[in-house]
Ligand binder design. Sequence first.
Ligand SMILES: Nc1ncnc2c1ncn2[C@@H]1O[C@H](COP(=O)(O)OP(=O)(O)OP(=O)(O)O)[C@@H](O)[C@H]1O
Ligand SMILES: [Mg+2]
Length: 252
Amino acid sequence: MGILQVQNVNKSFGGLKALNNVNLDIAEGAVHAIIGPNGAGKSTLLNCFVGRLRPDTGTVKFNGRSLLGLTPHEINQVGVARVFQTPEIFSDLTLLENVMIPALAVRDGAFRINAWGRVDSQATVRDRAEALLADVGLADKRHAQAGNLSRGDKRRLELSMCLVQQPKLVLLDEPTAGMSRADTNNTIDLLARMSKEHGVTKIIIEHDMHVVFSLAERVTVFAQGHPIVEGTPDEIRGDPRVQEAYLGGTHA
Ligand SMILES: Nc1ncnc2c1ncn2[C@@H]1O[C@H](COP(=O)(O)OP(=O)(O)OP(=O)(O)O)[C@@H](O)[C@H]1O
Ligand SMILES: [Mg+2]
């Protein structure tokens, strides 16, 4: 039984069936990629995992516990963190402040509780934030304003904001979108290192096959709201159904 189990999930927007009977089982510690043409429902699925959207039917279980009906904050508290398609950072704050906020997380009057059931002190969080910024190569810029960063640096900042929460499952929606080849390769290295050192389970939505084949152990291919093929990168590479899905879609 995987760390995340999705069963019979359906989601429609008006007459559009964005998710059509989705079943998915994500193994603990795995790097699992979800690929597929534009509009296949990948982001919609991730939004169902983090409480931004509620499926019309079906179940989503994390460590055996249903995530449906929990608020995004509650889902975050049980150990699920996400990096969205569009970076969500606080432009006017410094990098260090940006990384400290999710760890301190005074939201809805609730403090973030660490793995030992205690509230971390600000000094502890600061140390962790500084270490993570160094880890992603942003130590020099920690007192700079986040809004002035390059796109690649913003992505790196977001990854630190995600990891500072010490999540068990990280959801990444196109983590290298809009990056230069050099930044993409740096991010691949960073994500690979993260898997080894932090041991977190990752679900990565990605259009860049170089990223997918460099990182993923399992790949699920979506088309029109439904997973059509799942396997190792080698198994899905060259699968005619996958090529057909892309040719039939709107992906450029
Ligand atoms: N909030 C919404 N309201 C109405 N329609 C939506 C909404 N969110 C997504 N959709 C539609 O649902 C379908 C799936 O969208 P989704 O964003 O999940 O695709 P995707 O696979 O992430 O695509 P991309 O690769 O372009 O990011 C699309 O047709 C999209 O237009
Ligand atoms: Mg998307």
